[in-house]
Write a new protein. Structure first.
Length: 224
């Protein structure tokens, strides 16, 4: 880890092995020592966010966990700021941060998103562990995709994530999620080198719910 830190200090590019090591160590640090992680975040987030990880979470449980929880507990939407005890303990640090530091426009976006969400119109919660599968020969290699999948995994109506195409030429103009079938969506994630295409498999086959889940995820990840 020290060699990785030295490279970050000197703003040198990490190789794939070093990048994967960084992702795993940050995940452990975030869970086991939040204060140390916060110090690391404050020092290195600008470099990491720009070069490696598009979404570097500040807390072990954050916005995706919060939204996912509220979607299936809609009775808490209107009074979440004064009802922390009804949320999982691991969400409390993020809720405290969100309550004290959110901009008005962010709170408005969050309010609109949550009030437009209809839990009965989202696919049911998964009963088994999420399955994640990368294209053969490319596990964890592509910068940012594992972290992107980690975010998607917070939403319990997703049962499987699978990459299937990597394009270095003709990269996608923008990242997005699209409806494919009643039980399947398709996504595009782009880093500095290539566009990565992947499938999102849902927990049930229902066209109405799949289209709503697609719109819901696009609002969260891309604001549209």
């Amino acid at each position: 880890m020290r060699s990785i830190i030295r490279k970050l200090d000197r703003e040198l590019l990490l190789n794939s092995e070093e990048y994967n090591c960084l992702v795993e160590r940050l995940k452990i640090l975030r869970q086991q020592s939040p204060d140390s992680y916060r110090l690391f975040y404050d020092r290195y987030a600008p470099v990491i966010l720009e070069e490696y990880i598009p979404e570097l979470p500040l807390f072990s449980s954050d916005l995706d966990d919060f939204i996912s929880f509220l979607c299936f507990n809609p009775e808490l939407i209107d009074n979440w700021e004064n009802n922390f005890t009804s949320f999982p303990l691991e969400l409390h640090p993020f809720l405290t941060y969100l309550k004290s530091s959110s901009e008005i426009r962010f709170k408005r976006w969050l309010n609109d998103l949550l009030h437009s969400s209809k839990p009965l119109e989202l696919p049911t919660k998964r009963e088994k562990e999420l399955v994640v599968k990368y294209e053969e020969g490319n596990p964890y290699k592509e910068t940012g995709i594992k972290n992107h999948f980690d975010r998607l995994s917070r939403y319990p109506f997703i049962s499987r994530l699978q990459t299937y195409r990597y394009l270095t030429r003709s990269k996608a103009v923008r990242d997005r999620i699209e409806y494919l079938r009643p039980d399947q969506l398709g996504g595009i994630f782009t880093n500095k080198e290539k566009s990565i295409y992947y499938y999102i498999f849902l927990t049930e086959s229902n066209e109405h719910k799949a289209r709503y889940a697609c719109s819901f995820l696009n609002q969260i990840f891309y604001g549209s």
